[in-house]
Design a protein. Structure first.
Length: 355
C-alpha cells in the first residue's frame, strides 16, 4: 500500500507540473495580449482624438437626424491632399484635393462601396460661384466646401470626412510592410518630394513600398483619371486586407501612428470604433469599386472631365440604396440648375496641373 500511495503522489506531482508547464505560457500570452490591446486602445484614443476637427456641421443638411454609426449606414469622404512644402498652397492656405473617394458603408451586410470622383470633374462649386474642377472646392473653402460640393453632385449626405496627406499614405503602406500590386506598365514617376524619375516600376505583380505605391496610385500619364481612381482603390483595398490580417497585429501601433499624425477628421474616437465591426464580422469585407463615367471637355485652354448625366443618376441610386435612403431629398436647385454659362469664365483660366 505505501508503495502504491507514493506512486499516486508522484503521478499527481508530475501532472501538476505538466499543467503548470502548459498553463503558464498560455497565461503569459493572454495577459500580454490584453496589455498590448489596452496599450493600443489608449494610444488610439490619444492619437485620433488629436486628429479631430469640427467641420462646423452638427449633421448633413440631407439628414433628418444625426447619424449613429453603431446602428446607421453612413458615408465617409476621403480627401487626399498634398500638404508638402514642395507644392505651394493657394492664398487661402488650402491646397487642392488630389484624391476624392466616397465610402458608403452598409451596417447590415457589412459592405462598403468606394466611389472614386475624378479630380477634374466639371461641377458647380458654391464657394467659387461657378462651375469648375471639383478638386478646386477644397482650395476655395477647405473640407466643408468639398463636402457640400460632393453632396450637391451626388444628392446623398456626407456624414464624415477624413483628410489625409501623402505622408500618411506612404507611412501606412510601410507600416504593413508594403503591398502586392500588379503594375500594368512601366512607370517612371516623381516621388513625394517631386524628384523626377525617382520611382521606376516595371510591369508585373510585385511588392511596393510606400513611395512606390504612392507613385503607382497618382500616375495618369498613360491613361486617365478613371484608371487612376481604380489604382487608388486597388492600393486602399490591399492595405485594408493586410491591415486586418493576423500578420499585421503587431504593426497596428505603427498604423495608428502613421494615420493619426497625418489626418484630420470630424469623427470622434468613439465613432471610429463603430467601424471595427466591418473588419471583424466573421466574413470577408465586401468592397465594391465604383467610378463616374464621362468624357473629356475642353471649351478653352483648361481641361475638364464632364460627367455623363445618365450614368451619374445610376450611381446616385446605387449609393442611395447602399445607405437605405429614399428619394425625398435633393440638392439645392440653385446649384443643380447651373448651366454651362460659366464655361466662358473657366475657358480664360490658363492654369494646368501635372496631377
Amino acid at each position: 500500500m505505501p508503495d502504491n500511495s507514493r506512486r499516486v503522489k508522484r503521478k499527481k506531482r508530475r501532472l501538476k507540473k505538466r499543467v503548470v508547464f502548459i498553463l503558464v505560457p498560455i497565461l503569459i500570452v493572454f495577459f500580454g495580449l490584453v496589455s498590448y490591446a489596452t496599450y493600443l486602445y489608449v494610444k488610439a484614443d490619444s492619437v485620433f482624438s488629436d486628429s479631430y476637427k469640427d467641420d462646423g456641421r452638427e449633421k448633413s443638411e440631407l439628414r433628418d437626424t444625426t447619424v449613429d454609426p453603431d446602428v446607421d449606414n453612413v458615408s465617409v469622404l476621403i480627401m487626399g491632399v498634398d500638404a508638402s512644402d514642395i507644392r505651394k498652397n493657394n492664398k487661402n492656405g488650402n491646397s487642392r484635393t488630389d484624391t476624392l473617394i466616397l465610402a458608403t458603408l452598409n451596417k447590415d451586410d457589412k459592405s462598403v462601396k468606394l466611389l472614386s470622383i475624378p479630380r477634374d470633374s466639371y461641377v458647380y462649386v458654391e464657394d467659387a460661384g461657378k462651375k469648375t474642377k471639383i478638386t478646386e472646392a477644397h482650395a476655395y473653402g477647405g473640407p466643408k466646401s468639398t463636402i457640400e460640393t460632393v453632396e450637391n453632385l451626388l444628392d446623398i449626405p456626407v456624414d464624415y470626412y477624413a483628410k489625409v496627406n501623402f505622408e500618411a499614405f506612404i507611412d501606412v503602406v510601410n507600416a504593413v510592410d508594403g503591398v502586392t500590386i500588379d503594375v500594368p506598365y512601366e512607370m517612371n514617376e516623381l516621388n513625394s518630394k517631386d524628384q523626377a524619375g525617382a520611382i521606376h516600376l516595371l510591369p508585373g505583380e510585385q511588392k511596393l513600398n510606400g513611395e512606390e505605391a504612392l507613385a503607382f496610385a497618382r500616375t495618369r500619364k498613360q491613361d486617365n483619371d478613371i484608371e487612376r481612381g481604380k489604382r487608388q482603390q486597388e492600393v486602399i483595398k490591399a492595405v485594408m486586407k493586410k491591415a486586418v490580417s493576423m500578420n499585421s497585429i503587431l504593426k497596428i501601433d505603427n498604423i495608428i501612428e502613421a494615420v493619426g499624425k497625418n489626418m484630420t477628421t470630424n469623427m470622434t474616437f468613439d465613432e471610429m470604433k463603430s467601424f471595427i465591426s466591418y473588419g471583424t464580422s466573421g466574413k470577408s469585407l465586401d468592397i465594391d469599386s465604383l467610378t463616374l463615367e464621362g468624357q473629356d471637355y475642353q471649351p478653352g485652354r483648361k481641361y475638364f472631365y464632364k460627367l455623363d448625366e445618365l450614368a451619374l443618376e445610376d450611381t446616385k441610386q446605387i449609393l442611395k440604396s447602399q445607405l437605405d435612403l429614399t428619394d425625398n431629398t435633393s440638392a439645392t436647385a440653385s446649384e443643380t440648375d447651373q448651366t454651362d454659362e460659366d464655361t466662358s469664365i473657366e475657358a480664360s483660366d490658363n492654369s494646368t496641373n501635372s496631377y
